[in-house]
Design a protein around this ligand. Structure first.
Ligand code: HEM
Length: 472
């Protein structure tokens, strides 16, 4: 029986491979390089940027890319994105995510099928307004601590470092209930040093095979990292379980323990995997988006002034202690953040493996086809965003976006597998940025005048972002 199942599975995989390969030979796409194929596309935002500006004219509505010997299809038109991301039948992630297992374990981001669906349902039900209001208190506390630190700096700073630190402190408190003031935490937490190596694997074809990868120093490093993250989480979990009665904080770990008490299919291993997933999902994504927004606001001060006017009025009215509703009222700041996420989407590639065949206009994508979606490309399509390279928050005024397709802006993905932390992230970003605008006028330092982005599964600013702070 097991052998029959194995043969059937192998047949299905091979069929999907050959059907996608056949399609990849028919569809146009950028010129592949020997061995790596077009893997650099997933590694290099400059290439994505270039393709984004002229892909439609050059390749038509979809294009193929070879990730070494693996054929993939890139889609970028909003109606095509909706057909994949919007479908409850196309929720499976592809091989790209299995390369993240070594690092973040098998949590919501990488899981598929029943496990993903049940975990999503269990966890999502806790992300309600009461929970978010509690989170906002933590965001405010850490924003105030950030301002104190910045007040003690000399004003010329690499803001990316400060923001990364602050976001990580928020996560330690919200996920684990650990306080940032705890000096030991700073040196002990392995989440400060985590590094995802997917991009290294994609450009070295032999590393695509798990058993070969594990023999390399990268594989070794990743496994060591994984066990450090998991051991740390396990220890915090054990402490939490032991002190649960006296422990009154409602961290995500407390929530996960509660879920495991009512759902037998949410095990201790799941708690650890999901805690690691949230620690990593909420880290670079948020700090990059904050840093990029600050870059644009520092560069285009007319938008900074207008955002500050709004922030001052709202923070005055709530005496500097915003709630979810106050942050939701920061509409202009919201547009500034969205426009930064349009140009610099923290997650520049999303991928799926089709569970069933899909017809997109006159092209049929076979079941099992690896589909790649690049918000980086979609967000630069000229017919959706005229002058796409120009930073202009007004694109997101409600009256200006009415005619835009709902899948033309996808920094948080969309559909049933969209970002679970979307509202959390927007509130966190608004809190931190509003405190900064409230306290300082932000000027761009000349060494960061030209933005160079670096792709590492999440997008980052190469060399960090240097700004000058002028106390108000
Ligand atoms: C600016 C900040 C963020 C951005 C741009 C962002 C973006 C995304 C994107 C694009 C996905 C889909 C990934 C894919 O399908 O491959 C995703 C998934 C996810 N994000 Fe976020 N994210 C952000 C912040 C956060 C935060 C703060 C958390 C948690 C507190 C979080 C938790 C998750 C989780 C759990 C998933 C998996 C959802 C699922 O598959 O069901 N994210 N995020």
């Amino acid at each position: 029986m097991v052998i029959v199942l194995f043969v059937l599975l192998l047949y299905k995989e091979l069929l999907a491979y050959f059907q996608t390969a056949l399609l990849a030979f028919k569809v146009k796409g950028p010129k592949p390089l020997p061995f790596v194929g077009n893997a650099l596309l997933i590694n290099d935002s400059k290439k994505l940027e270039k393709i984004g500006s002229d892909c439609y004219e050059e390749y038509g509505p979809v294009f193929r890319a070879w990730i070494s010997f693996i054929p993939t299809i890139f889609i970028y038109q909003p109606d095509h994105l909706q057909a994949v991301l919007g479908s409850s039948k196309q929720t499976d992630k592809n091989f790209l995510y299995s390369y993240m297992h070594n690092f973040i374990g098998e949590g919501l981001i990488t899981n598929n099928g029943y496990k993903w669906l049940t975990h999503r349902k269990y966890i999502q039900s806790y992300f309600n307004i009461n929970y978010l209001d509690r989170c906002v208190k933590t965001f405010s506390k850490h924003s105030k601590m950030l301002i104190k630190k910045l007040d003690n700096s000399d004003g010329l700073i690499k803001i990316t470092n400060f923001v990364n630190d602050s976001v990580l402190n928020v996560l330690h408190e919200i996920v684990f209930g650990l306080q940032a003031e705890d000096e030991e935490l700073k040196t002990k937490s392995p989440f400060r040093k985590g590094k995802l190596l997917v991009h290294e694997r994609l450009t070295k074809p032999w590393m695509l095979f798990e058993f070969l990868y594990r023999l390399t120093s990268y594989g070794d490093m990743e496994i060591t990292q994984k066990s450090k993250l998991q051991n740390f989480t396990k220890q915090v979990l054990e402490n939490k379980k032991a002190n649960r009665k006296v422990n009154r904080e409602h961290s995500l770990l407390d929530i996960f323990i509660k879920i495991s008490e009512t759902h037998f299919d949410f095990t201790e291993e799941d708690i650890i995997n999901e805690a690691c997933t949230f620690m990593l999902a909420g880290q670079d994504s948020v700090s990059s988006a904050i840093s990029f927004t600050l870059y644009f606001l520092a560069k285009y001060t007319e938008y900074q002034d207008r955002a500050r006017e709004e922030v001052d009025e709202i923070l005055d009215s709530c005496e500097n202690n915003p709630k979810v509703s106050d942050l939701n009222d920061m509409k202009y700041l919201g547009c500034c953040i969205k426009e930064a996420l349009r140009l610099c989407p923290s997650v520049p590639i999303i991928a799926r493996k089709l569970s069933e065949k899909l017809v997109l206009d006159d092209i049929t994508l076979p079941s099992g086809c690896n589909v790649f979606i690049a918000p980086y490309i979609t967000h630069r399509l000229k017919h959706l965003y005229p002058n796409p390279e120009e930073y202009n928050p007004e694109r997101f005024f409600s009256e200006n976006g009415k005619s835009r397709h709902p899948y033309s802006f996808i920094p948080f993905s969309a559909g049933p597998r969209n970002c679970l932390g979307y509202k959390f992230a927007m509130l966190e970003m608004k809190t931190i940025i509003s405190y900064l605008l409230r306290n300082y006028c932000i000027h761009l330092d000349q060494r960061s005048d030209k933005l160079n982005v670096l792709y590492r599964i999440t997008l980052r600013a190469k060399g960090g972002i240097w700004i000058k702070l002028e106390k108000r």
